[in-house]
Every structure is written in C-alpha cells, then in structure tokens.
Design a protein around this ligand. Structure first.
Ligand code: MG
Length: 250
C-alpha cells in the first residue's frame, strides 16, 4: 500500500530530510586522503544525534553503522571501518538516513577524494545528472516508468549501466515503503504518481556491467567486474506544484 502524506506530514519529512542532508554534506566535507570511513560515520552519527534525531540505518536489518560508505567498486551498503583509509583518487559514496519525529529522510552522494581521474569525474557527473532527470520526471500524473526511463536513457547513452538488483523506494514513517522505484523502465508504464507520495530516487550507476554481488558480510555490494560505481539519492515529494526535494539543507 502506498501511503500518501498530508502537507503537515511533508513539512515533518522536510525536517528529517534537512538533518539527513546536512549530515551527508558534513561527512562529504571531511572526505580526504588519510581519513577512515569510520571517521566519516562518526561525523554522521554525532550530527544526527545532536539534532535529537536517530540515524535511520543504525541497526536497520542489523546494519552496524550510521552511514553506508561505499568506496570505488563498492556500489552500496559498504560498512564503515577504522581500517579503511581513503586514498587520493577514490570515489566515496555516502548514504545517510535520519529519523526525526516519526519520519525518515534518506539521501546519498558520491564524493571525490582529492584529485580523481577524468573518467571517474564523468561518472559522478552523469550519475548526479541522472538523479535530477529522474526527479524532474516525478510529476503528478506521470508514472514510475517515466522516472526510471529518464535515468536509464541518460545513463546508457553514456555507455554506463544502471544497477537492476537494487532500486529506490517509498519513504515515510518507515525507511522503506511502497512502491519500489527502479532506475530503469518504460515511459508511461507502472504505478501512477500521486500528490502526497514520498519516494527516494537513487540511481546506482556502474562504469561497466550492471551486475553486482553481495560479499560474505551480507552487506557490501560490489560490481562483479570490479569497475567503479556511483550513487546519488534524494527523498522527494510529489506535489501539485511538481517534485519537491525533502532532503534539502535549507
Ligand atoms: Mg534509499
């Protein structure tokens, strides 16, 4: 069942989203060679807790940290570690959720660690752009396939691939609500987008094959070919005035 939100609920989700976005940006600022992924996780947790909120991911399905931090060929669900020290040229995806007064905000961004290669830069730019194209398609009356195809067409035109095994999702009082929001699809197909729907759009874009695998820790998801992957995500609301980004710092 898709849970539509009232204007009041949207404003509460904006509060949760603001905390999630600010935590993400703080961690992103700290990305530099020599920093461990555990340090980034601590920045996220401390900021969220200081706002009187809770990190959505901590303990979710047994996840042991506040942020998922996924470096280079890790697509999503990387577990922060004191032993993982960032190096110049890494790309670092940070995924952060905050739970505040009954609602979640969920967002992710891939940051450059120092100078990165031109091909890595292009991957980041394309993945970010595909997120905003997906958001633009998230209009009342459109369908889920319009979002997915906007992402997929842009990404595949650049010879990258879109991950199939993991998708975006509804967000609200629960971190994962219906519907699933694939980053691929056919225009005009799928669930119709209705005013009051709140969804996380989150393209995961691979430099090579779309195929991924989950490692033995049951979390860390990597590209099967070892090539780079990027991930950008916002929680948005469908409104009669168009899509509104709820994970906004303002
Ligand atoms: Mg998400």
């Amino acid at each position: 069942m898709i849970i539509l939100k009232t204007a009041r609920e949207l404003s509460m989700m904006r509060d949760a989203g603001r905390i999630a976005q600010r935590a993400l940006l703080l961690a992103g600022k700290a990305v530099e060679p020599g920093v461990s992924t555990a340090e980034l996780d601590t920045i996220v947790r401390k900021y969220i807790e200081k706002q009187g909120a809770k990190p959505s991911f901590l303990g979710y399905g047994g996840f042991p940290a506040s942020a998922c931090i996924s470096v280079n060929n890790v697509v999503i669900h990387g577990i922060p570690s004191r032993k993982q020290i960032l190096k110049q040229g890494d790309i670092v995806s940070i995924d952060v959720g905050a739970f505040f007064e009954g609602y979640h905000g969920d967002n992710a961004w891939t940051f450059a660690c120092g100078d990165i290669s031109d091909e890595a830069k292009a991957l980041l730019e394309a993945t970010k752009e595909s997120l905003f194209l997906g958001i633009k398609a998230a209009k009342e009356g459109n369908r889920l396939g319009d979002i997915g195809s906007a992402v997929q067409e842009y990404v595949e035109a650049r010879s990258y691939s879109v991950v199939r095994d993991f998708v975006g999702h509804g967000v609200g009082a629960k971190l994962h609500e219906e519907p699933s929001v694939p980053n691929f699809g056919t225009p005009g197909r799928g669930q119709r987008l209705m005013k009051g729907m709140t969804i996380a759009i989150e393209p995961m874009v691979n430099m090579g094959t779309h195929r991924v695998k989950v490692l033995d820790d049951d979390w860390t998801t990597v590209t099967v070919d070892g090539k780079l992957s990027a991930h950008f995500e916002h929680t948005i609301a469908i409104t009669s005035d168009g899509p509104v980004i709820l994970t906004s710092a303002e």
